[in-house]
Design a protein around this ligand. Structure first.
Ligand code: SAH
Length: 381
């Protein structure tokens, strides 16, 4: 069985979450520089694309080597077994990045890598003229980091956050991958209530429902590597049948989302429907200030406005104070709030059990975690 070097890329701060997911899929992995690396066969590539909830995308590593000069970059790129990955008609644009490296010109590095692969393929396929590049897409990346060149092929296509269900969104939607990570960082189990009182387009409750029913987040989309000849169609079928078998559509859920803006509630409902969840999630229009519940031991995850825009800050901070008044008394609930406001704990009126630094896009945020009381031990035999 061919083993590929597979890389799941991760947003800053989520590496440990992605690594845990990779291990749960059954692959040992190592973590470095926002990259979670593991070995696997073609099925592993399909499964990683279908299942990883918090990873940005899946890449296949073709090679990694030191390169201090363009000659070295050319020769070492050419020496890699491109013909094992790229057919004669492959379309293969090359992108690049360079950090702390002697070869700092990204455009030159890209052009050299492109030329080296063209040379290699022409020799291998005995072509004299142009390569037609009218076949399947192999997006190549040359990433230079401290003079080490890493050459990879993108196996996802659109980023993995593009699940395919978000047809409508508000002004500040959270990425689906981050939303899933926020849920996975809680102690939620599908038998507990789950609430997002700032649901916007519904991303967090929808990701929670997919997790709760063990539905593969990629079930509703395609991946660029489905057109690659070395991942046969039956491998994708196998991965999709496995996902279908593992889904627990009968798992009852108690998930709800609310938002002050009734238009968002409508969009959230439509997105949940698009995600195949029907009316499994209860959405309604409500202000956080009016939040009450008679339920216990639930989990609340909120991505409120941060007040970053000029003029918004005072209103948002007042809302954080009012939020503390309704949420702090719910001592059996575990409450998780993502915000960039460094005064959050003071305004909310309670120190977090734990904080975790995360990036929401380019915004530096903290994930404030307030752990609720544990449920009383029930008598077990
Ligand atoms: N996670 C959401 C985005 C949340 S943005 C998504 O992925 O789409 C913050 C949301 O909080 C906005 O939709 C806004 O309408 C809502 N909001 C602002 N003030 C609120 C309040 N006082 N109570 C409830 N919701 C509020």
């Amino acid at each position: 069985m061919t083993k590929y070097d597979i890389i799941a890329t991760s947003a800053m701060g989520l590496e440990a979450v992605v690594a845990k997911e990779v291990r749960e899929l059954g692959y040992d992995c190592t973590v470095e520089n926002g990259r979670i690396s593991f070995k696997g066969d073609a099925l592993a590539i399909a499964r990683a694309n279908l299942w990883l909830r918090s990873a940005d995308r899946i890449r296949i590593k073709v090679g990694e080597f030191k390169a201090f000069s363009f000659d070295e970059l050319f020769e070492k790129t050419k020496a890699l077994p491109w013909e094992e990955y790229l057919p004669e008609n492959a379309e293969f644009p090359v992108q690049g990045k360079s950090v702390k490296s002697k070869l700092f010109s990204v455009s030159d590095s890209q052009a050299i890598v492109k030329k080296a692969i063209v040379d290699k393929l022409k020799t291998h396929y005995k072509k004299t003229g142009w390569l037609e590049e009218n076949g399947p897409l192999y997006k190549i990346e040359v990433s230079l980091h401290k003079d080490v060149a890493l050459l990879t092929i993108d196996a996802s296509g659109s980023g993995l956050h593009k699940r395919g269900y978000r047809t409508g969104q508000g002004e500040a939607p959270i990425k689906e991958t981050l939303a899933a990570a926020l849920v996975m960082l809680t102690n939620w189990h599908p038998d507990k209530p789950f609430v997002d009182p700032f649901c916007g387009s519904g991303t967090i409750p929808i990701e929670a429902a997919l997790i709760g029913q063990n539905i593969a987040p990629g079930f509703n989309r395609e991946f660029v590597s489905e057109a690659w000849h070395w991942i046969p169609e039956k491998i994708w079928d196998e991965a999709r049948i496995e996902a279908e078998d593992l889904a627990k559509y009968d798992q009852p859920l108690d998930i709800s989302g609310s938002d002050i803006d009734h238009r968002m509630v409508k969009i959230a409902e439509e997105n949940a429907f698009e995600a195949g969840l029907g009316d499994l999630i209860q959405f309604k229009q409500m202000r956080i200030q009016d939040f009450t519940t008679s339920k216990e031991y639930g989990v609340l995850v909120g991505n409120p406005p941060y007040g970053e825009r000029l003029g918004d800050k005072a209103a948002v901070q007042k809302m954080y104070e009012e939020m503390g008044k309704v949420l702090v008394p719910l001592d059996t609930w575990s409450i998780y709030i993502l915000t960039s406001d460094e005064e959050f704990e003071k305004l909310y009126g309670k120190e977090a059990t734990k904080k975790r630094k995360l990036f929401n896009g380019f915004i530096k945020t903290d994930y404030y975690q307030y752990w609720g009381k544990r449920p009383p031990r029930t008598d077990r035999v």
